[in-house]
Design a protein around this ligand. Structure first.
Ligand code: PEP
Ligand code: MG
Length: 325
């Protein structure tokens, strides 16, 4: 079946009734980009840049980062490349830079909070991303956004980086698209307000499920409580999509939930623009999309939103998946 699936790499991702969702890849290295492209990825929806920072004994220079981002942009030949700024902290640590010891690192000093506190380092990364934007369809995305102020502050650093590059005569894409991860319940609650500030949302279900359900995604004792199909999670998704649609903002999904074939009618039913998933999941998700009807998915979602438990929802999705097979 591996070979059968591989033949789908060049087949467009469209449902039998003509709806399309782009299938992009989550990557953390150029090597992963190669396998994503072999599997027919239509872009990169999440470039996790942490690994560029974790793989060495000091912070990567602008030049080192630019080189990697530029190569990724070139390999993609005009397909979108969404580069997420550093999401360090939580489960991801740096050997050469001591982050404070924290009781609750996932709720702590991480991601955009770190970048906004270390604007010197943040600007180095943004300059590298901007420079790479001259070589392809590069977009920038901020992680763990919880307020409008954070987006504005991050964009102010981006504008400063643009002014510097312009003054130095270094080329970049002036209209670089900016987006944010929606992965904190606060961001869901103010999605209407955040939509005014950015071009796209990418829902990070890994963190959003963790924070919505107050279930540590790394804690094995409560692993069974980490439930993507919890009615609260589905309502979060629905709220974000509705706000985004009202403001003409694109919505992507980039958490692991996007790679679960049982979720397909959720994405079709809500009208998601792009799923960003690991290279290994692209073909099985595409295979599912090719035989899932979008209109039936919309009806299914109306039904699903009437269910009161995750168990009912999960079982209904499993039945639907089996019937579409
Ligand atoms: C997420 O939280 O869903 C996500 C994609 O980001 P990460 O897994 O890197 O935290
Ligand atoms: Mg996350």
């Amino acid at each position: 079946t591996r070979e059968r699936l591989q033949q789908l790499a060049l087949v467009p991702s469209v449902t039998p009734d003509g709806m399309t969702i782009e299938l992009a890849a989550n990557i953390s290295s150029l090597k992963e980009l190669d396998s994503a492209l072999r599997n027919g990825a239509q872009g990169v929806g999440l470039f996790r840049t942490e690994f560029l920072y974790m793989d060495r004994s000091r912070f990567p220079t602008e030049e080192e980062q630019f080189e990697v981002y530029r190569q990724a942009a070139e390999k993609l030949q005009g397909k979108p490349l969404i580069i997420r700024t550093l999401d360090i902290g939580g489960d991801k640590q740096l050997d050469y830079f001591e982050l404070p010891e924290e009781d609750n690192p996932f709720l702590g000093y991480r991601a955009i909070r770190f970048s906004l506190n270390r604007k010197d380092l943040f600007k180095v990364q943004l300059r590298a991303i901007l420079r790479a934007s001259a070589y392809g369809n590069v977009q920038v995305m901020y992680p763990l956004i919880a307020s409008v102020e954070e987006v504005r502050e991050a964009n102010a650093v981006l504008e400063e980086a643009k002014r510097e590059l312009a003054a130095e005569g270094i080329p970049f894409q002036e209209k670089l698209r900016t987006g944010i991860m929606i992965e904190v319940p606060a961001a869901v609650a103010i999605a209407e307000l955040l939509a005014e500030e950015v071009s796209f949302f990418s829902i990070g279900t890994n963190d959003l499920i963790q924070f919505t359900l107050a279930v540590d995604r790394m804690n094995e004792h409560i692993g069974h409580m980490y439930e993507p199909f919890h009615p609260a999670v589905l309502r979060m998704l629905k709220t974000v999509v509705a706000a985004a649609k009202r403001h003409g903002v694109q919505v992507n999904i980039c958490g692991e939930m996007a790679g679960d074939v049982r979720s397909m009618p959720i994405w079709l039913g809500l009208g998601i623009h792009e799923l960003s998933i690991s290279a290994q999941s692209i073909l099985s998700v595409k295979e599912t999309m090719l035989r899932t009807n979008a209109q039936e998915s919309r009806f299914l979602m109306e039904e699903i939103f009437r269910y009161r438990t995750a168990k009912e929802i999960r079982e209904r999705l499993e039945r639907f998946h089996a019937e579409e097979a």
